[in-house]
Each structure stands twice: as structure tokens, then as C-alpha cells.
Design a protein around this ligand. Structure first.
Ligand SMILES: [Zn+2]
Length: 106
């Protein structure tokens, strides 16, 4: 399940990179009007932010995968209690149980 999730995110990152207007090889040489450039800039920034968010998830998933190899997957990193399966189904890369997650976010 984590491997699938990882592949999915890697694909999403790829697609996002392709849809970045700055990735267009014609971008630098086109004589687009200023408003087009602004639009491209906004699109570029949005995509950058989305890619960063995806990469954060990817990091968490890789961490979860390495924990799985060590037999420590599904254990809360903060209190050491097992993370409920229901939570892992929704968020396979979860590092903490719900209680600890809430405390850490505060
Ligand atoms: Zn915990």
C-alpha cells in the first residue's frame, strides 16, 4: 500500500513538473505579453508549492517504508503505542497516533 502511494506521489510530482509553465522550453524565448508572464509566474509558484507538499509526503512515506523494514512501522514515534489500523488506512505514512499528532501540532 505504501509502495503504491509512493508511486502515485512520484507520478503526481512528475505531472506537476510538466505542467509548470517555466518547464516549457519556449518560455524564455517567447515574446509573451506582460500579463501572460504574470500568469505563468503565479502558475509556477502554485506548482512549486504543490511539489513541495508532495515531497514532504514522499519523505514521510520513505520514512514509513524504512521503519517497516526495521519492524517498527505503525508505532507512534512519540509515545510508542501502536497507531490504530483505521488511521494507517487513511494515512499510511502516519508517524504518530491521533493524540500525539494533536499535541505536536499545537
Ligand atoms: Zn502517541
Amino acid at each position: 500500500m505504501l509502495f503504491q502511494e509512493k508511486k502515485k506521489i512520484e507520478k503526481q510530482t512528475d505531472d506537476l513538473k510538466k505542467s509548470d509553465p517555466f518547464a516549457d522550453p519556449n518560455h524564455a524565448s517567447d515574446n509573451a505579453a506582460v500579463d501572460t508572464d504574470v500568469r505563468e509566474q503565479v502558475g509556477h509558484d502554485t506548482i512549486e508549492a504543490e511539489i513541495k507538499a508532495l515531497q514532504r509526503r514522499l519523505n514521510d512515506i520513505e520514512l514509513a517504508l524504512s521503519k517497516m523494514l526495521k519492524g517498527k512501522y505503525g508505532i507512534c514515534e512519540r509515545c510508542g503505542n501502536p497507531i490504530p489500523i483505521a488511521r494507517l488506512k487513511v494515512l499510511p505514512e502516519a508517524r504518530y497516533d491521533v493524540d500525539c499528532e494533536k499535541k505536536l501540532r499545537r
